[in-house]
Design a protein around this ligand. Structure first.
Ligand code: NDP
Length: 444
């Protein structure tokens, strides 16, 4: 049995209740086969893959808090510190009822390679809670965040582990978390990223993941002689990533016509009005039905359906496994040219394979959504320097990072004879740097 098959078997056995984690490891190991086979003897001797798929540390804790009716609620908190070979652990916090250890481990594992691809000195980690922020008052959100940080603060720090936002954790939550960290530890340091601009946040961090997704998508399209100008774009999600992906797509001349949340989706034949979408989602925190009420050209549909719309480019920006084989078939039938992942692992393995078999350009999330964490790392640099850079400075560094990521993954794919297989290219390029750092640091 090959080393990769052996490790996959071990991962399935040891993590039998964690399908998302198994899926993430499978996708990475399968596309690394050529590299691993080439170095099998050395990697085996050092148990390299066994170490890579086992987090350095995982922390699970109780989060008690009091709701507005005076009742005590208890949630579970997690932080998985997966790999610190190339820098302090870095990765977001997700607050969503679907969160469990398997989801956090899949996200943490992906984060190792994503962070490596950015070219910046950051290791991989992820955390969160099964807490559902939806429908909670500001006071309840604050109470939860304070309790969560009261425990988490024991394990993080500006040079050890620097969390950020993810689903359900935006600037409001980061503010409450930061306040509690400072209160307990008594230090004002860059322990979180995605902070508000008045207390150490970086300009362009809010926009970074969505903008970065479009910078990378555009680089991929250009390399394949496709002009984004005038292209119809289907976007899923209506959160941080989706909103700024839509904004940048419009700036580049594209026409995004859809967005979605967990209740339903919008088709707007005139193109999404991003100002209106921001007002509804970022300010009023309302559902997408409000968008359809405010815009004549928009239709609202319950449930799932974004991928049924005929488009040239598809950008899944909501959550994991939202683009499945049937969706991929519909997209191909409708003539899609490219799919680029804004969310983490939004496309199932079967759907990804189907798209690639049909010669659709496909950018995997660990490359195409790396702009968020890259800009978080730029926020860390600014905090350490006690300086703030201008929006233009950060945005131009972001654009440069995303274009470099694309060039590196395209080159890595070519090197192993997998021209245009950007999934393989991203895994190979990310893996090589981490492995070199792990090897240099001995058996730890
Ligand atoms: P937000 O919480 O801001 O938005 C998430 C969006 O996706 C919301 O519209 C939400 O709808 C929808 N959504 C969430 N879960 C589901 C579900 N189970 N089914 C259908 N729709 C769902 O999160 P972000 O935009 O920050 O994150 C989106 C994705 O991008 C995630 O996969 C995240 O890990 C990834 N990502 C985010 C980065 C960042 O910087 N923010 C960086 C890199 C990756 P509703 O509001 O109804 O729940």
């Amino acid at each position: 049995m090959s080393y990769t098959d052996e490790i996959m078997e071990m991962v399935v056995k040891q993590n039998s209740n964690e399908p998302e984690f198994q899926q993430a490891v499978k996708e990475v190991l399968e596309s690394l086969k050529a590299v691993i086979d080439e170095n099998e003897e050395v990697y085996r001797k050092d148990a390299l893959l066994e170490r890579l798929v086992n987090p350095e540390r995982q922390i699970k804790f109780r989060v008690p808090w009091i709701d507005d009716n005076g009742n005590v609620q208890v949630n579970t908190g997690y932080r998985v510190q997966f790999n610190s070979a190339i820098g302090p652990y870095k990765g977001g916090l997700r607050f969503h009822p679907s969160v469990n250890i398997g989801i956090i481990k899949f996200l943490g594992f992906e984060q190792i390679f994503k962070n490596s691809l950015t070219g910046l000195p950051i290791g991989g980690g992820k955390g969160g809670s099964d807490f559902d922020p939806k429908g909670k008052s500001d006071r309840e959100i604050m109470a939860f965040c304070q309790s969560f940080m009261t425990e988490l603060c024991k394990y993080i720090g500006a040079d050890t582990d620097v969390p950020a936002g993810d689903i359900g954790v935006g600037s409001r939550e980061i503010g409450y978390l930061f306040g509690q960290y400072k209160r307990i530890k008594g230090v004002y340091e860059g322990v979180l990223t995605g902070k508000g601009l008045t207390f150490g946040g970086s300009l362009a961090r809010t926009e970074a993941t969505g903008y970065g997704l479009l910078y990378l998508t555009n680089a991929m399209l250009k390399a394949n002689d496709i002009d984004i100008n005038g292209k119809t774009i289907a976007v899923s999600g209506a959160g941080n990533v989706a909103i700024y992906a839509i904004e940048k797509a419009i700036q580049l001349g594209g026409k995004p016509v859809t967005c979605s949340d967990s209740s339903g989706w919008i088709y707007d034949s005139e193109g999404i009005d991003v100002k209106l979408l921001k007002e509804i989602k970022e300010v009023k925190r309302e559902r997408l039905t409000t968008y359809a009420e405010a815009r004549e050209s928009a239709e609202y549909h319950e449930g799932k359906g974004v991928w049924t719309i005929k488009c040239d480019i598809a950008l899944p920006c909501a959550t994991q496994n939202e683009l499945q084989l049937e969706d991929a078939k519909t997209l191909v039938k409708n003539g899609v040219l490219a799919v680029a992942e804004g969310a983490n692992m939004p496309t199932t393995i079967e759907a990804t394979e189907y798209l690639q078999e049909n010669d659709i350009l496909f950018a995997p999330g660990k490359a195409s959504n790396a702009g968020g964490v890259a800009t978080s790392s730029l926020e860390m640099s600014q905090n350490s320097q006690r300086l703030s850079w201008t929006f233009e400075e950060v945005d131009s560094k972001l654009q440069n990072i995303m274009e470099t990521i694309f060039a590196n993954i395209a080159e890595a794919a070519d090197e192993y004879g997998m021209n245009k297989n950007y999934v393989a290219g991203a895994n190979i390029a990310g893996f090589k740097k981490v492995v070199e750092a792990m090897n240099a640091q001995g058996i730890v």
